[in-house]
Design a protein. Structure first.
Length: 250
C-alpha cells in the first residue's frame, strides 16, 4: 500500500479541517486566559503596595488586631480588550480598600487605549458587638442582649458598634438575628437634648481643651451635627456626645 492512502485522506479531510479550524480558536482562548492572568497580576501587585486597613477593637485591657482578607472578583467576560503593550493598575479617585471596591486598569501603550475596573472585596475582621438573641424592632437593648464576636467590619456602610454602652437602652429599628453584627443604623439614635436647651460645649484641639456654654439651635441627635449659639453670638457646629454636652474637634 502506498505511503499516502488517498481514499483515507479523503475520508479524514472533514475531521482534519475541523481540527485545524479549532486550533486558532483554542489559541485565542489560551491567549485570552493568559491576558486575564496578566491583568490579575497587575491588580495583585498594586494591592500589595497599598496600605491595607489596620487597627483593632478594644477587648478588655488589650486591643485585638484586625484580620484583613482580600478577594479578587472577575472582569466581565463579555469584555473584548485590545492587545496592550503597557497596562497600569491604579486606585480610582475616592476608592477605599474597604468592603466592595475596585481597582482600575488602563492601557497606556497600544493601538486602542482602554480603561476597565476590576472588582475587589476587602473584608476586615475584628471584634464588635453581635446580637446574643434575636432582636426585633421596638425592643430595648439590654446588657445581656449583646456580646462581642468577630465580624466583618467592612460588610456595611454603617459602623459596627464595639461598646455595650453605645447600645444598651436604645431601641432596635431593624430586625437582628442571633450572631448578627449590630450596626449604628440598627438602633435608634439617642437625643441628648432638645432645641433651646442650654448645653456645655467642649472645643478640643491638639494639646488643649476649652469649655464654654451655649444654647442648642437644633436637636441633639447622636451622630448628627448640632448648631450651638455661643454667648458672643457665634454659631458652631458640634457632635452631641452626652447629656447636654457637645464636642467640637479642631
Amino acid at each position: 500500500m502506498d505511503k499516502f492512502d488517498s481514499p483515507r485522506l479523503l475520508l479524514l479531510a472533514p475531521v482534519l479541517g475541523m481540527l485545524l479550524g479549532l486550533a486558532p480558536v483554542a489559541a485565542r482562548a489560551q491567549a485570552a486566559a493568559s491576558g486575564a492572568d496578566a491583568l490579575q497580576s497587575q491588580v495583585e501587585g498594586l494591592l500589595k503596595q497599598q496600605n491595607l486597613p489596620q487597627g483593632g477593637a478594644a477587648d478588655g485591657a488589650q486591643r485585638q488586631p484586625w484580620r484583613v482578607e482580600v478577594t479578587l472578583g472577575q472582569l466581565d467576560p463579555r469584555l473584548k480588550l485590545a492587545p496592550c503593550d503597557k497596562v497600569k493598575a491604579y486606585l480610582p479617585d475616592n476608592a477605599q480598600l474597604w468592603g466592595k471596591t475596585r481597582v482600575g486598569l488602563r492601557c497606556e501603550q497600544g493601538p486602542v487605549r482602554w480603561n476597565v475596573y476590576w472588582p475587589v472585596t476587602v473584608k476586615v475582621w475584628g471584634k464588635a458587638l453581635v446580637a446574643a438573641v434575636p432582636l426585633r424592632p421596638g425592643n430595648t437593648v439590654a446588657q445581656a442582649d449583646v456580646v462581642l464576636g468577630e465580624v466583618d467590619l467592612a460588610a456595611s456602610g454603617s459602623p459596627a458598634l464595639v461598646r455595650a454602652a453605645d447600645i444598651v437602652g436604645r431601641t432596635v429599628i431593624r430586625p437582628l438575628e442571633a450572631g448578627q453584627s449590630v450596626r449604628q443604623d440598627d438602633v435608634k439614635s439617642r437625643r441628648w437634648f432638645a432645641i433651646g436647651d442650654p448645653v456645655r460645649l467642649n472645643v478640643r484641639g491638639e494639646g488643649f481643651l476649652v469649655a464654654s456654654e451655649g444654647v442648642a439651635l437644633s436637636p441633639g441627635d447622636e451622630g448628627r451635627c448640632v448648631r450651638v449659639r455661643m454667648d458672643n453670638g457665634r454659631v458652631l457646629c458640634g457632635q452631641p456626645v452626652g447629656e447636654r454636652l457637645v464636642e467640637v474637634t479642631l
